[in-house]
Ligand binder design. Sequence first.
Ligand SMILES: CC(C)(COP(=O)(O)OP(=O)(O)OC[C@H]1O[C@@H](n2cnc3c(N)ncnc32)[C@H](O)[C@@H]1OP(=O)(O)O)[C@@H](O)C(=O)NCCC(=O)NCCS
Length: 152
Amino acid sequence: MNPCRKAEKEDLDDILRGESLLFSDPWSRKALEECLDSPVFESFVCTDGKSILGYLITSTAAGEAEILRIASFPEHRRKGVAASLLRFFLQRAPKNQTEAVFLEVRESNLAARNLYEKIGFRPSGLRCGYYSKPREDAVLYQLLIKKEDPKI
Ligand SMILES: CC(C)(COP(=O)(O)OP(=O)(O)OC[C@H]1O[C@@H](n2cnc3c(N)ncnc32)[C@H](O)[C@@H]1OP(=O)(O)O)[C@@H](O)C(=O)NCCC(=O)NCCS
């Protein structure tokens, strides 16, 4: 597992770079700052000690967590960065009384869907036309947290 930790203010420039590079609806600096300051959101980074290799942003309320963002930088793909971030988050989940984790993903995003399924997420529904830029359906995934889950 690659080393992961909670994101800090100093990571914002790298996360912002990831947003503009990797997403068609990039989050603003203000939105990312609000995530760092809010008790509802948690942000994590995977690092090699010098650079940020990838990041994960979640929100949790009433025992239910949502994966809002997950990305690894193109030069660090397929090295377990995103899987490490998800596992890092999921290992903390029982302590935080999180019982289920949800997310949505573009139907065509097979890299992300394979990642989620490898970690143990299961498809739970479809949201037609959910995404814009370009318009596309979202596949919903969920993972129920068990206290001692060997997959996590
Ligand atoms: C999806 C993404 C986060 C995967 O990051 P990553 O660090 O390369 O993923 P990992 O190395 O941890 O891969 C874990 C597993 O995911 C799956 N996977 C990852 N990339 C894949 C690809 N290009 N094609 C098929 N499966 C892939 C594989 O099952 C992989 O396991 P394996 O390497 O043992 O076969 C990355 O491609 C990315 O940042 N994409 C752009 C942003 C994005 O789409 N985020 C998700 C939005 S919902």
